[in-house]
Design a protein around this ligand. Structure first.
Ligand code: ADE
Length: 241
């Protein structure tokens, strides 16, 4: 069983999260477990203080090193991740690695950051993007979702294929479902053809076109075969029609 431990000052935020959706289903199948841990349980003052004013002045509060150390000590043997905007950007590749690192401990930073002396106690720091959340809780949930999908048995086959295509570096192709005509827009003809090979080729072309237009940074890294180039060419032609 894969185990996530989440250290947070808002353990209650994880209650519905761990019970809902695929995470909840996987939990009841005992494929994974999400255990929230209250950082305040590692304080010993009456107010259960986890933060204090920064030395040198300035606005906001800093998370104290001591409760962090105590909480990490209590969870020795875990792979320890600090969620912070200063961390390495989360990618599918990092998620694959983390999926082999149970028990995975996710520490949710709050306020203006954590005492620099506590940072060395973590194995790595991860960011979920170049923006600032109020704290690491939502980021930890993102990590839990991304990693959970990679744990064998959590997803059905059809869902895992979608993940694979992102791992291969391209964005997903456009999807359609009933009705065939909606608000004057029809479903691309090829999808109704019943010709699996043609559908596959069309999807690959669309995925490449989408990646080129929306994420040139990803497109640049793709290694395209001659067939890929032809399919992209065709997709560009179809678009210009
Ligand atoms: N905490 C605050 N912002 C964050 C981000 N972008 N990623 C991870 N943790 C965070």
């Amino acid at each position: 069983m894969f185990e996530f431990r989440v250290i947070t000052i808002f353990p209650e935020l994880f209650e519905s999260f761990r019970e809902a959706s695929l995470i909840g289903k996987a939990g009841s199948k005992e494929l994974l477990k999400v255990k929230p841990i209250d950082l305040r349980d590692f304080t010993d003052d009456r107010h259960r203080t986890v933060d204090d004013a920064p030395y040198g002045g300035g606005s906001g509060m800093v998370m104290k090193a001591e409760p962090i150390f105590k909480a990490l000590e209590k969870n020795e043997g875990c792979h320890k991740v600090l969620l912070t905007p200063q961390g390495a950007p989360l990618t599918q590749k990092i998620a694959h690695r983390l999926a082999g690192q149970s028990p995975l401990l996710l520490f949710c930073g709050r306020y203006e950051g954590v005492d620099e002396r506590a940072r060395g106690a973590f194995d790595e720091e991860i960011s979920i993007g170049d923006f600032v959340l109020n704290g690491g809780e939502v980021a930890a949930m993102a990590v839990i979702e991304v990693v959970s999908r990679l744990i064998p048995g959590v997803l059905g086959n059809s869902e895992s294929i979608v993940e694979e295509s992102f791992s291969l570096g391209a964005l997903e192709y456009p999807q359609y479902t009933r009705p065939e005509m909606f608000d004057g827009a029809s479903v691309p003809h090829v999808l109704l053809s019943g010709n699996h090979k043609r559908v596959q080729d069309w999807r690959r072309g669309q995925a490449l076109l989408r990646t080129r237009d929306r994420r040139p940074d990803l497109f640049e890294k793709l290694e395209l075969s001659q067939l890929d180039r032809n399919l992209l060419e065709q997709a560009i032609e179809d678009k210009d029609k």
